[in-house]
Design a protein around this ligand. Structure first.
Ligand SMILES: O=C(O)CCC(=O)C(=O)O
Length: 333
C-alpha cells in the first residue's frame, strides 16, 4: 500500500510562522523509530567490542534497556557516546529517517517541493545529569552562513522516547523569531550561546514531545534544552530541511530560477554535506540509497564558514570549528 500522508494543514503552517515553532504529534511511526534504535544499538555494540578488546571497557552492558545502557558505559569511558553523538553517524537508519515520507511532507509544506536535507543533523543521547547534553539558548541561524539568515531552514526535532521537562526537553521563546539573528557568544563544549541580556523577548515555553511526535522550529526562533534530571536517557535526533533554491553543496544541477548571487556561500552550513531528498524537477538526482548517502557524507570535504562571532573560543585548536562529521573523520584517520 502506498504511504498516505499530507503534510501540514494551513492552520498548522500559520501557527508555525506565528509562533516560530509547532509540535506535530504521531508523525513518525513505531517501525521507523525502532529501525533507528536498532541502527544506533548496532553502532554501540560495534564500539563496545572494539573498546573491550582494547581493555578500555569492562563489558557491553547489553542487559540494560536503551534508556540506560549508554549511561552505564559512559561511567567507564566517554568514547562510545563520543562516536555516535551529533553528526558522527551516517548509518542506513539515519538515511531512512531523513528520507521518511511523512517528514518530507511536513518539510514540503514549509519549504516547497524541491527539498534539501541540510547537512546539520544531530543524534543526541542526553544522559541523566550530563552537562554536555544541555544546549544553551541559540538560534540555529547562529551556526549558519549569514547569507541564509532570511531564508527558512526548518528543524525537525524528533525524540526517540517521550521528551519531558524532567528528562530535558527543549524550551523556546514563543514568537521570538521575528527579528534578526542576535549576538551569539561561546557556550560550553564549543556550542554557541545567546546571553540572557540579548535573548529576544517573548514567552519562554517548555515543549514536551511524545515519542512519535516532532517539534518543528524556524532557524530564527531562540531555543535551548534543559537538564535531564530523570534516571533515563533522553534520545533525540534533529534534522533540518531547506529549499533547493538556497545555497547548498548537494550535488544537484541548478534550475534557471535557482541561480544565486555571486556572493552566495557554498552552502548554508558548508562543513558537512547536504543531500537532495525530494524533487519533481530532477528526480534522478535524489539521494536514493543509504550507500550513496554514506559515501557523500564521509567523503565530503568541509567547506569554510564565515566567522561571524569573532571569538577564538568558538574554534577548536587547529582552526576548525567542531563538527560531528569532521570528528569522525579525525578518528578514522
Ligand atoms: O536536543 C537538544 O538538546 C538541543 C537541540 C537543539 O538545540 C537543536 O536542534 O537546535
Amino acid at each position: 500500500m502506498p504511504e498516505i500522508t499530507m503534510g501540514l494543514t494551513e492552520t498548522q503552517v500559520a501557527q508555525f510562522h506565528h509562533d516560530g515553532f509547532l509540535v506535530v504529534e504521531d508523525l513518525i511511526d513505531d517501525a521507523m523509530l525502532a529501525d533507528l534504535q536498532m541502527g544506533i544499538t548496532a553502532e554501540i555494540d560495534k564500539s563496545c567490542r572494539a573498546l573491550i578488546e582494547l581493555g578500555e571497557l569492562s563489558r557491553d552492558y547489553a542487559e540494560l534497556p536503551f534508556e540506560e545502557r549508554l549511561t552505564a558505559m559512559t561511567a567507564e569511558t566517554p568514547k562510545v557516546i563520543g562516536r555516535i553523538t551529533d553528526g558522527a553517524l551516517a548509518i542506513p537508519a539515519i538515511f531512512r529517517l531523513i528520507s521518511y515520507g511523512p517528514l518530507l511532507d511536513v518539510a514540503e509544506s514549509l519549504c516547497g517541493p524541491e527539498l534539501i536535507a541540510s547537512s546539520v543533523y544531530r543524534l543526541r543521547p542526553k544522559l541523566p545529569n550530563y552537562g554536555p547534553g544541555v544546549v544553551p539558548w541559540h538560534q540555529d541561524s547562529g551556526y549558519f552562513e549569514p547569507f541564509c539568515d532570511s531564508a527558512l531552514i526548518v528543524t525537525c526535532w524528533v525524540p526517540l522516547v517521550d521528551a519531558t521537562a524532567e528528562n530535558g526537553c527543549l524550551q523556546v521563546v514563543k514568537g521570538g523569531h521575528t527579528g534578526p539573528v542576535v549576538k551569539h557568544g561561546a557556550g560550553h563544549h564549543y556550542l554557541l550561546k545567546i546571553a540572557d541580556a540579548d535573548l529576544p523577548e517573548g514567552e519562554i515555553v517548555t515543549v514536551p514531545v511524545k515519542r512519535g511526535g516532532v517539534l518543528l522550529l524556524t532557524n530564527l526562533v531562540p531555543h535551548c534544552s534543559i537538564p535531564n534530571v530523570s534516571e533515563g536517557i533522553q534520545w533525540s535526533m534533529d534534522l533540518r530541511y531547506q529549499s533547493a533554491s538556497l545555497p547548498t553543496n548537494a550535488p544537484i544541477t541548478r534550475l534557471p530560477d535557482e541561480m544565486l548571487d555571486s556572493d552566495a556561500p557554498l552552502a548554508c552550513y558548508p562543513p558537512e554535506a547536504d543531500v537532495l531528498v525530494r524533487s519533481a524537477e530532477r528526480p534522478d538526482q535524489i539521494i536514493a540509497s543509504p550507500e550513496q548517502f554514506e559515501e557523500i557524507r564521509l567523503n565530503h570535504i568541509p567547506g569554510a564558514i564565515t566567522e561571524r562571532w569573532g571569538d577564538e573560543n568558538l574554534w577548536r585548536p587547529g582552526g576548525k570549528r567542531w563538527t560531528g562529521h569532521a570528528r569522525k573523520k579525525v578518528e578514522q584517520s
